[in-house]
Design a protein around this ligand. Structure first.
Ligand code: ASP
Length: 317
Protein backbone atom coordinates (compact mmCIF):
# COMPACT_ATOMS: atom_id res chain seq x y z
CA UNK A 1 0.00 0.00 0.00
CA UNK A 2 1.22 3.50 -0.76
CA UNK A 3 2.21 5.65 2.18
CA UNK A 4 0.62 9.10 2.34
CA UNK A 5 2.38 12.08 0.84
CA UNK A 6 2.87 15.32 2.74
CA UNK A 7 4.39 18.72 2.12
CA UNK A 8 4.78 22.00 4.02
CA UNK A 9 6.86 25.11 3.47
CA UNK A 10 7.78 28.48 4.95
CA UNK A 11 8.89 31.82 3.56
CA UNK A 12 10.21 33.35 6.78
CA UNK A 13 8.84 34.37 10.17
CA UNK A 14 8.66 37.62 12.11
CA UNK A 15 6.54 40.56 13.11
CA UNK A 16 3.69 39.87 10.76
CA UNK A 17 0.39 41.06 12.19
CA UNK A 18 -2.83 41.82 10.38
CA UNK A 19 -2.36 45.24 8.84
CA UNK A 20 1.39 44.77 8.28
CA UNK A 21 0.83 44.14 4.58
CA UNK A 22 -1.56 45.73 2.11
CA UNK A 23 -4.35 43.55 0.76
CA UNK A 24 -2.61 43.42 -2.61
CA UNK A 25 0.66 42.30 -1.02
CA UNK A 26 -1.16 39.67 1.03
CA UNK A 27 -2.69 38.27 -2.15
CA UNK A 28 0.70 38.26 -3.84
CA UNK A 29 2.26 36.36 -0.94
CA UNK A 30 -0.57 33.82 -0.70
CA UNK A 31 -0.27 33.26 -4.44
CA UNK A 32 3.49 32.77 -4.27
CA UNK A 33 3.20 30.35 -1.34
CA UNK A 34 0.50 28.37 -3.12
CA UNK A 35 2.53 28.21 -6.33
CA UNK A 36 5.54 26.89 -4.43
CA UNK A 37 3.42 24.31 -2.62
CA UNK A 38 1.91 23.13 -5.89
CA UNK A 39 5.35 22.84 -7.49
CA UNK A 40 6.48 20.42 -4.80
CA UNK A 41 3.17 18.61 -4.65
CA UNK A 42 3.25 17.95 -8.38
CA UNK A 43 6.54 16.11 -7.96
CA UNK A 44 5.10 13.97 -5.17
CA UNK A 45 1.87 13.23 -7.06
CA UNK A 46 3.85 12.07 -10.05
CA UNK A 47 5.71 9.60 -7.84
CA UNK A 48 8.82 11.76 -7.47
CA UNK A 49 11.07 11.81 -4.44
CA UNK A 50 10.68 13.94 -1.33
CA UNK A 51 14.04 15.59 -1.97
CA UNK A 52 13.03 16.60 -5.51
CA UNK A 53 9.71 17.92 -4.16
CA UNK A 54 11.31 19.99 -1.40
CA UNK A 55 13.81 21.36 -3.91
CA UNK A 56 11.08 22.24 -6.42
CA UNK A 57 9.18 24.24 -3.80
CA UNK A 58 12.30 26.07 -2.67
CA UNK A 59 13.28 26.94 -6.26
CA UNK A 60 9.88 28.61 -6.71
CA UNK A 61 10.36 30.63 -3.53
CA UNK A 62 13.92 31.59 -4.53
CA UNK A 63 12.57 32.92 -7.82
CA UNK A 64 10.03 35.17 -6.04
CA UNK A 65 11.66 38.50 -5.06
CA UNK A 66 9.37 38.83 -2.05
CA UNK A 67 11.36 36.27 -0.08
CA UNK A 68 14.91 36.58 1.24
CA UNK A 69 16.46 33.78 -0.82
CA UNK A 70 17.81 33.75 -4.36
CA UNK A 71 16.36 36.79 -6.18
CA UNK A 72 15.43 39.13 -3.34
CA UNK A 73 18.26 38.09 -1.02
CA UNK A 74 19.26 40.80 1.46
CA UNK A 75 22.37 42.98 1.10
CA UNK A 76 25.50 42.37 3.15
CA UNK A 77 27.48 45.15 4.84
CA UNK A 78 29.60 45.63 1.71
CA UNK A 79 26.56 45.74 -0.56
CA UNK A 80 26.57 42.34 -2.16
CA UNK A 81 24.64 39.13 -1.55
CA UNK A 82 25.95 36.02 0.20
CA UNK A 83 23.60 33.07 0.20
CA UNK A 84 23.33 29.90 2.25
CA UNK A 85 21.35 26.75 1.47
CA UNK A 86 21.07 23.12 2.54
CA UNK A 87 19.20 20.03 1.44
CA UNK A 88 18.90 16.66 3.17
CA UNK A 89 17.24 13.33 2.47
CA UNK A 90 15.98 11.23 5.37
CA UNK A 91 16.66 7.82 3.84
CA UNK A 92 20.43 7.67 4.38
CA UNK A 93 20.80 11.14 5.88
CA UNK A 94 22.61 12.35 2.76
CA UNK A 95 23.09 16.10 2.85
CA UNK A 96 24.55 18.93 0.80
CA UNK A 97 25.01 22.57 1.76
CA UNK A 98 26.63 25.81 0.64
CA UNK A 99 27.44 28.92 2.66
CA UNK A 100 28.37 32.42 1.56
CA UNK A 101 27.94 31.77 -2.16
CA UNK A 102 27.53 34.58 -4.69
CA UNK A 103 26.59 33.34 -8.14
CA UNK A 104 24.21 30.36 -8.22
CA UNK A 105 20.86 31.67 -9.40
CA UNK A 106 19.25 28.96 -7.26
CA UNK A 107 21.39 28.30 -4.18
CA UNK A 108 19.32 25.22 -3.32
CA UNK A 109 20.49 23.64 -6.59
CA UNK A 110 24.07 24.35 -5.54
CA UNK A 111 23.41 22.56 -2.23
CA UNK A 112 21.91 19.66 -4.17
CA UNK A 113 24.99 19.55 -6.40
CA UNK A 114 27.20 19.23 -3.30
CA UNK A 115 25.06 16.26 -2.25
CA UNK A 116 24.99 14.65 -5.69
CA UNK A 117 28.39 15.52 -7.14
CA UNK A 118 30.88 15.84 -4.29
CA UNK A 119 32.20 13.80 -1.38
CA UNK A 120 31.43 16.66 0.97
CA UNK A 121 28.50 18.02 2.93
CA UNK A 122 29.25 21.74 3.27
CA UNK A 123 31.21 24.03 0.96
CA UNK A 124 31.75 27.71 1.75
CA UNK A 125 32.92 31.00 0.23
CA UNK A 126 35.24 31.23 -2.75
CA UNK A 127 35.70 27.47 -2.97
CA UNK A 128 31.95 26.96 -3.07
CA UNK A 129 31.64 29.60 -5.81
CA UNK A 130 34.27 27.73 -7.80
CA UNK A 131 32.40 24.46 -7.29
CA UNK A 132 29.21 26.13 -8.53
CA UNK A 133 31.03 27.41 -11.63
CA UNK A 134 32.11 23.86 -12.45
CA UNK A 135 28.59 22.46 -12.14
CA UNK A 136 25.90 22.58 -14.76
CA UNK A 137 24.04 25.33 -12.88
CA UNK A 138 22.80 28.75 -13.89
CA UNK A 139 25.57 31.19 -12.92
CA UNK A 140 24.67 34.88 -12.57
CA UNK A 141 26.48 38.11 -11.65
CA UNK A 142 26.00 38.97 -7.98
CA UNK A 143 24.05 42.15 -8.74
CA UNK A 144 21.44 40.00 -10.49
CA UNK A 145 20.09 39.42 -6.96
CA UNK A 146 19.58 43.17 -6.30
CA UNK A 147 16.07 44.40 -5.62
CA UNK A 148 14.97 47.91 -4.67
CA UNK A 149 13.08 46.70 -1.59
CA UNK A 150 16.17 45.03 -0.14
CA UNK A 151 18.36 48.01 -1.01
CA UNK A 152 16.02 50.32 0.93
CA UNK A 153 16.01 47.95 3.92
CA UNK A 154 19.80 47.79 3.84
CA UNK A 155 20.14 51.56 3.68
CA UNK A 156 17.75 51.94 6.62
CA UNK A 157 19.88 49.52 8.64
CA UNK A 158 23.09 51.29 7.77
CA UNK A 159 21.77 54.63 8.93
CA UNK A 160 20.31 53.22 12.15
CA UNK A 161 22.47 53.05 15.29
CA UNK A 162 21.62 49.38 15.76
CA UNK A 163 22.92 47.75 12.62
CA UNK A 164 22.48 44.18 13.85
CA UNK A 165 19.18 43.58 12.19
CA UNK A 166 18.01 40.69 14.30
CA UNK A 167 18.92 41.98 17.74
CA UNK A 168 15.95 42.14 20.10
CA UNK A 169 14.41 45.54 19.57
CA UNK A 170 16.30 45.99 16.31
CA UNK A 171 14.57 47.83 13.55
CA UNK A 172 13.84 44.77 11.47
CA UNK A 173 12.19 41.82 13.15
CA UNK A 174 10.92 40.11 10.04
CA UNK A 175 13.02 37.15 9.05
CA UNK A 176 13.51 35.88 5.56
CA UNK A 177 14.61 32.44 4.50
CA UNK A 178 12.55 29.88 2.64
CA UNK A 179 12.25 26.18 3.25
CA UNK A 180 10.24 23.09 2.45
CA UNK A 181 9.78 19.60 3.86
CA UNK A 182 8.17 16.65 2.11
CA UNK A 183 7.22 12.99 2.45
CA UNK A 184 7.08 10.83 -0.68
CA UNK A 185 5.18 7.64 -1.50
CA UNK A 186 8.19 5.51 -0.60
CA UNK A 187 8.11 6.88 2.94
CA UNK A 188 11.20 9.05 2.58
CA UNK A 189 11.27 12.53 4.10
CA UNK A 190 13.45 15.45 2.99
CA UNK A 191 14.13 19.07 3.92
CA UNK A 192 15.47 22.04 1.97
CA UNK A 193 16.30 25.56 3.21
CA UNK A 194 17.66 28.63 1.40
CA UNK A 195 18.44 32.16 2.60
CA UNK A 196 20.19 35.44 1.99
CA UNK A 197 20.86 35.55 5.73
CA UNK A 198 20.42 38.79 7.64
CA UNK A 199 20.57 42.33 6.30
CA UNK A 200 23.93 44.06 6.63
CA UNK A 201 25.72 40.91 7.78
CA UNK A 202 29.52 41.03 7.73
CA UNK A 203 32.69 39.11 8.52
CA UNK A 204 31.46 36.06 6.60
CA UNK A 205 28.56 35.54 8.99
CA UNK A 206 26.77 32.24 8.39
CA UNK A 207 23.40 31.41 9.91
CA UNK A 208 21.64 28.18 10.78
CA UNK A 209 20.11 27.45 7.38
CA UNK A 210 23.11 25.61 5.82
CA UNK A 211 24.11 23.93 9.08
CA UNK A 212 22.85 20.37 9.15
CA UNK A 213 21.02 19.82 12.43
CA UNK A 214 20.47 23.53 13.10
CA UNK A 215 18.26 24.94 10.32
CA UNK A 216 17.86 21.79 8.24
CA UNK A 217 17.49 18.09 9.10
CA UNK A 218 15.89 14.96 7.67
CA UNK A 219 15.81 11.44 9.10
CA UNK A 220 13.26 8.76 8.17
CA UNK A 221 13.34 7.60 11.81
CA UNK A 222 11.85 10.88 13.02
CA UNK A 223 11.11 13.84 10.75
CA UNK A 224 12.27 16.41 8.22
CA UNK A 225 12.58 19.97 9.51
CA UNK A 226 13.34 23.35 7.95
CA UNK A 227 13.75 26.43 10.15
CA UNK A 228 13.59 30.20 9.88
CA UNK A 229 14.48 32.82 12.44
CA UNK A 230 17.38 34.36 14.30
CA UNK A 231 20.02 31.91 13.14
CA UNK A 232 22.50 32.30 15.99
CA UNK A 233 19.90 30.98 18.44
CA UNK A 234 18.91 28.14 16.11
CA UNK A 235 22.55 27.08 15.96
CA UNK A 236 22.96 27.22 19.73
CA UNK A 237 19.80 25.12 20.18
CA UNK A 238 20.56 22.70 17.32
CA UNK A 239 16.87 23.21 16.64
CA UNK A 240 16.18 20.83 13.79
CA UNK A 241 18.14 17.95 15.28
CA UNK A 242 16.70 18.53 18.74
CA UNK A 243 13.18 18.15 17.36
CA UNK A 244 14.10 14.87 15.66
CA UNK A 245 15.96 13.60 18.73
CA UNK A 246 12.98 14.22 21.02
CA UNK A 247 10.88 12.10 18.68
CA UNK A 248 13.41 9.28 18.50
CA UNK A 249 14.56 9.11 22.07
CA UNK A 250 11.49 10.23 24.01
CA UNK A 251 8.71 9.22 21.65
CA UNK A 252 7.40 12.79 21.41
CA UNK A 253 4.88 13.50 18.67
CA UNK A 254 5.98 15.75 15.81
CA UNK A 255 3.84 18.63 17.08
CA UNK A 256 4.95 18.41 20.71
CA UNK A 257 8.63 18.09 19.76
CA UNK A 258 8.38 21.21 17.57
CA UNK A 259 6.50 23.00 20.31
CA UNK A 260 9.01 22.09 23.04
CA UNK A 261 11.94 23.36 20.98
CA UNK A 262 10.43 26.45 19.34
CA UNK A 263 8.34 27.66 22.28
CA UNK A 264 10.55 26.17 25.01
CA UNK A 265 14.27 25.87 24.28
CA UNK A 266 14.49 28.73 21.80
CA UNK A 267 12.39 31.19 23.73
CA UNK A 268 14.30 30.44 26.92
CA UNK A 269 17.41 31.84 25.23
CA UNK A 270 15.53 34.67 23.54
CA UNK A 271 15.47 33.18 20.02
CA UNK A 272 12.65 34.02 17.59
CA UNK A 273 11.43 32.11 14.59
CA UNK A 274 9.73 28.93 13.55
CA UNK A 275 9.89 25.59 11.77
CA UNK A 276 7.98 23.46 9.31
CA UNK A 277 8.21 19.68 9.70
CA UNK A 278 6.83 16.43 8.33
CA UNK A 279 7.00 12.93 9.78
CA UNK A 280 7.19 9.65 7.83
CA UNK A 281 3.61 9.00 9.03
CA UNK A 282 2.37 11.97 7.05
CA UNK A 283 1.92 14.48 9.88
CA UNK A 284 2.85 18.10 9.28
CA UNK A 285 3.68 20.75 11.89
CA UNK A 286 4.13 24.49 11.38
CA UNK A 287 5.21 26.04 14.69
CA UNK A 288 6.56 29.54 15.40
CA UNK A 289 7.06 31.87 18.34
CA UNK A 290 6.77 35.07 16.32
CA UNK A 291 3.52 36.90 15.51
CA UNK A 292 3.48 35.37 12.04
CA UNK A 293 5.22 33.09 9.56
CA UNK A 294 4.71 32.86 5.80
CA UNK A 295 3.66 29.24 5.35
CA UNK A 296 1.78 26.71 3.28
CA UNK A 297 0.83 23.07 3.74
CA UNK A 298 -1.27 20.25 2.39
CA UNK A 299 -3.70 18.72 4.89
CA UNK A 300 -4.34 14.98 5.16
CA UNK A 301 -7.43 15.29 2.95
CA UNK A 302 -5.45 17.00 0.21
CA UNK A 303 -6.60 20.58 0.96
CA UNK A 304 -3.99 23.26 0.24
CA UNK A 305 -3.57 26.02 2.83
CA UNK A 306 -1.58 29.24 2.94
CA UNK A 307 -1.16 31.63 5.87
CA UNK A 308 0.77 34.67 7.03
CA UNK A 309 -0.42 35.68 10.51
CA UNK A 310 -0.92 33.53 13.60
CA UNK A 311 -4.70 33.22 13.23
CA UNK A 312 -4.75 32.78 9.51
CA UNK A 313 -5.69 30.01 7.14
CA UNK A 314 -6.63 30.41 3.50
CA UNK A 315 -7.93 27.17 2.00
CA UNK A 316 -7.50 26.86 -1.76
CA UNK A 317 -10.02 24.79 -3.72
N1 ASP B 1 17.75 31.83 9.79
C1 ASP B 1 18.29 32.77 8.85
C2 ASP B 1 19.67 33.16 9.25
O1 ASP B 1 19.90 33.40 10.43
C3 ASP B 1 17.50 34.01 8.71
C4 ASP B 1 16.05 33.83 8.55
O2 ASP B 1 15.49 32.76 8.76
O3 ASP B 1 15.42 34.82 8.20
O4 ASP B 1 20.51 33.30 8.39
Amino acid sequence: MNTPIAIALHGGAGVLQPGTLSGADEDLVHGALLGALQAGLKVLEQGGSAIDAAQASVVELEECPWFNAGKGAVFTHVGDHEMDAAIMSGAQREAGAVAGIHHARNPIKAARAVLDHSDHVLLAGAGADQFVAEQNLEYVANDWFDTELRRRQWQAHRSAPDTLSLEPGGIERKFGTVGAVALDRLGNVAAATSTGGITNKRFGRIGDSPLIGAGTWADNRSAAISATGHGEFFIRCAVAHDIAARMRYSGDSLESACDAVVRGELLALGGSGGVVAVSPRGETALVFNTPGMYRAWRDVDGGLHTAIYAEDDRLHG
